[in-house]
Design a protein around this ligand. Structure first.
Ligand code: ASN
Ligand code: ZN
Ligand code: CA
Length: 332
C-alpha cells in the first residue's frame, strides 16, 4: 500500500522545506503525489538511465550540506514542486504539458559536473554536483529555468539556435526568476540574478544579470544585427533585459536588498508595469503567439499582441510599456 506524505527536507539553498513524499510499505520515497507524482532519482555519478529513486526511513531528508547525498535531492525535489505550483497558481497551467503529468529529476550526474539541463527525450531535469561536489546546481532559479525548457518545448518550441534560441533561454531565465519570487523562500529571496546561490564563478557572483546582462562579460544588453550568431545564453540577455525593464523600469532600484541599475540603449526612461503583469504577457506570448522560428522582431509583435489581449487593447499603459521596453533594448 502507499500513502501520501509530507516530509521535511534540509536543503542546501532554501533552508528547511516541506517535501511531497510517498510512504510505500515502511519506506518513504521522493515521489510527490500532489504534483503529478514527480520523483527525484539518484544517478550516483552515472550519466545515463534513471538512477535509483530516493528512499528514506524517517521522512527527514538531507542535512543542508551539498556533499551529503540526499541534500541535492531535497533542493531538486523542492524546486520542481515550487515550479509546479507557480505554473498552477500563477500561469493556471497543470504541469509542463498542461495535462497533469510530471517530469522527473535526476541528481548527482557525473563527476564534478558544473551544469544542469533539461532533456526533452526523457522529459526530465538533471543536475550536476558542481565543482568539488559541494555546490550542486540545484538552486530554485536553476530548477525553474530547467523545467521551463520543458514548458517552452511543449508550447512555442523555440528553436535552440539563433535569435529564437536566445528567446528560448530567456524564457527559462524569466520563469526561473518568477519561481524564485513566487516561492517567497526566506533563504532564497527573489532577485533578477540567475544562479546567485550556486557560486558557479567561485567568487560569489551570479551566472547572469537581468537588469544589465553585459555585467556577466558576454551577454547582450540590446539587440544588434549579429545577435543570432552569439551563444544562446548570451543572446538571451536582450529579452532578459526587456523583461527587467518591463517589470521594474529603467534606472536604479533596490529590491529585496539587491541593487539594480538598468540602462536603456536609446536614452529613454522606461516605467515598469510590475513583474506580475510582465509574467502574464510573456506567458501568453509564448503559448499563443510565438512559434519555433520567432526572432526578436517577432517577439516584440507577440508580446504586444499579448499585452493588447490581456490588458485593454493597444491604447493601454501595458501595451505602451511593452513597446517602450523593446525599444529600450533596440528591438523595433
Ligand atoms: N544549463 C544550461 C541550460 O539550461 C545547459 C545547456 O546549455 N545545455 O541552458
Ligand atoms: Zn537553459
Ligand atoms: Ca535568482
Amino acid at each position: 500500500w502507499q500513502a501520501v506524505k509530507t516530509g521535511t527536507g534540509n536543503s542546501e539553498y532554501s533552508g528547511k522545506v516541506t517535501l511531497g513524499t510517498t510512504l510505500s510499505g515502511s519506506t518513504y520515497q521522493l515521489s510527490d503525489a500532489a504534483r503529478g507524482a514527480h520523483k527525484t532519482y539518484n544517478l550516483n555519478h552515472g550519466t545515463s538511465g534513471k538512477g535509483t529513486l530516493f528512499t528514506d526511513a524517517d521522512d527527514v531528508w538531507g542535512n543542508g550540506v551539498g556533499t551529503q547525498v540526499q541534500t541535492a535531492a531535497v533542493d531538486a525535489h523542492y524546486g520542481a514542486a515550487q515550479t509546479w505550483d507557480f505554473y498552477k497558481n500563477v500561469l493556471k497551467r497543470n504541469g509542463i504539458k498542461n495535462n497533469g503529468v510530471a517530469s522527473y529529476s535526476r541528481v548527482h550526474y557525473g563527476n564534478s559536473y558544473v551544469n544542469a539541463f533539461w532533456d526533452d527525450s526523457c522529459f526530465c531535469m538533471t543536475y550536476g554536483d558542481g565543482s568539488g561536489n559541494a555546490a550542486p546546481l540545484t538552486a530554485l532559479d536553476v530548477a525553474g529555468h530547467e523545467m521551463s525548457h520543458g514548458l517552452t518545448a511543449a508550447t512555442a518550441n523555440l528553436n535552440y539556435s539563433g535569435e529564437s534560441g536566445g528567446l528560448n533561454e530567456a524564457t527559462s531565465d524569466i520563469f526561473g526568476t518568477a519561481v524564485e519570487f513566487y516561492s517567497s523562500n526566506a533563504s532564497d529571496v527573489g532577485d533578477y540574478l540567475i544562479g546567485e546561490k550556486i557560486n558557479i564563478n567561485g567568487d560569489g557572483t551570479p551566472l547572469r544579470y537581468m537588469d544589465k546582462p553585459s555585467k556577466d562579460g558576454g551577454s547582450l544588453d540590446a539587440w544588434k544585427s549579429t545577435a543570432g550568431n552569439v551563444d544562446v545564453h548570451y543572446s538571451s540577455g536582450i529579452a532578459n533585459h526587456f523583461f527587467y525593464l518591463l517589470s521594474e523600469g529603467s534606472g536604479a532600484k533596490v529590491i529585496n536588498g539587491v541593487s539594480y541599475n538598468s540602462p536603456t540603449s536609446n536614452g529613454s526612461t522606461v516605467t515598469g508595469i510590475g513583474r506580475d503583469k510582465a509574467i502574464q504577457i510573456w506567458y501568453k506570448a509564448l503559448t499563443t503567439y510565438m512559434t519555433s522560428t520567432t526572432n526578436y522582431k517577432a517577439a516584440r509583435t507577440a508580446t504586444l499582441s499579448a499585452a493588447s489581449a490581456l490588458y485593454g487593447g493597444t491604447t493601454g499603459a501595458e501595451y505602451k510599456a511593452v513597446a517602450a521596453a523593446w525599444s529600450a533594448v533596440n528591438v523595433s
